[in-house]
Design a protein around this ligand. Sequence first.
Ligand SMILES: [Mg+2]
Length: 180
Amino acid sequence: MSKIILLDCDGVLANFAGALNKLTGTKPSDVVSWDYFSTNHKGVMRKACADREFWRALDPVPGAKEGVATLKRYAKLEGARILVCTSPWHSCDGWASSRWYWLEHHFGIKPRDVIIGSAKELIKGDVLVEDNGKTLFRWMMVQAPPGLPIIFDAPYNQDRPWQYRSTWREGLADLIIAHL
Ligand SMILES: [Mg+2]
């Protein structure tokens, strides 16, 4: 069976934290825990995220375009599948269409390759790249046979040790391919 590569969107492909940094005048290094924005800038964050334009205007994570291009070349040669797994922002009307637009616009990823839902642990794959340690841990515990969990390195997910921690600029695409 062909290999399945699962990629989270926010924090892995889309620079969600960077956009919130801009809105709140904070630096990436200021955000050292998952709940930072929800506790310190709850109002600003909620207002921004309720607007579909916020989601359409997100920048790609540095190196993500090149990394996904590398994975796509591999997938074409080897018959692998790349799927984006993304949790919806329920309070934003039009969120899903904004996400579909954004993924196709920046990465050429079609809606049929996007799985929208929060229960990522139920999605079968050979590898999951995720910036949320809790989500990654749940996926790792449920998958049988086990897939490879890779944490996308960020200042806010240092609370748990992971065997595989990387970013696009640190060679994430090659790390994924080496383990398939
Ligand atoms: Mg994420």
